[in-house]
Each structure stands twice: as C-alpha cells, then as structure tokens.
Write a protein that binds this ligand. Sequence first.
Ligand code: FEO
Length: 175
Amino acid sequence: MRMSAPLKKALTSQIGMEAYASNYYLAMASWCELAGYEGSASMLYRQADEERAHMNKIVRYLNMIGAGATIPAVKQPPAAFKDLESVFKAALKSEQAVTASFNSMAAVAQKDGDHAAFAFLQWFVTEQVEEEALMETILQKFDLLGHDKIGIYEADRFVGRLPPPGGPAAAAAPG
Ligand code: FEO
C-alpha cells in the first residue's frame, strides 16, 4: 500500500531530526572531551552513532516501500554548554522532542490504517522509552552524588561505565 503524503512528510522531517540529534550528541561529546569528561564523551559519541543509525533506518524504510527518501538540511547544534549536568538536561529535552514526534507519527499511521508503518514506528517508540529513561537515570545521579567537583567527577565515571544500548550482545550484532 502507498504511504500517505502527511506520513511521508513527517518521516522525511524525522530524517532531519535524527541527523540533528546525531550532530547534537556529537557536539556534546566533543565539548565533554575538551572539558576532560572522558566517560560522558565516550557515551555521547556512541549516542551520536545511534542517532545516525536511526536516521539510516528511516531512509531505508522509505526506500524499501518505494516512497523514495529525501534528505533534509540540518541546522548547526549548540557548541558550548554551561556544565556537565546541563549537557544531559539538553539531551533529555532533545529526546522528549523526538518522542513527541514519534508518538504523533504513530497516531497518523494508525489513522491511515498503515499497519506496516505503525509496526515500523513502534520500534522507535520503544527505543525512546529507553533513551529518556537513560537520561533521567544520569540526571538523577547528579542529584545523588552532589554538584561539587568530586560529585561531578563520579557522575562522569558512572556515565562512562554505562553499557552500550541493548547490552554487549546487541553492540556486537551487525546492523
Ligand atoms: Fe533517534 Fe533518540 O532519537
């Protein structure tokens, strides 16, 4: 079945949103690396790769169903952050915006009776639950460990020790 024009438009803009999210994480990773927050930098570089994989997933879905993907322009992300905690506050906010976008696309797919797109979008809806929970967990650590230098240092170490998304098995799997 053909995808509706509004859903195709939303998925096309989601390609741009994922590309922006990837670059945004890259900017955060780079800022952390330069500031000496190695744990957070490595986690955020990984996160940037994840968002790029999300972008590719949408491009390939649109191509697979014959809708033909187009790649939108991406604006420049912020380059500087107030402190380490504000990096993760920005990350949570960005993930919440992405979640809202997937929820509204899932609603469109449902209204269209586009079961294939709905199933495709469910993967992202679940992924967003995990990503938001991850950022919430990290932000909670800042509160628990305190905001002095030792607390921030420990929070960065905690972030650096987080397992890759989906666990080590998923990290080793292709695709
Ligand atoms: Fe691909 Fe976390 O949005």
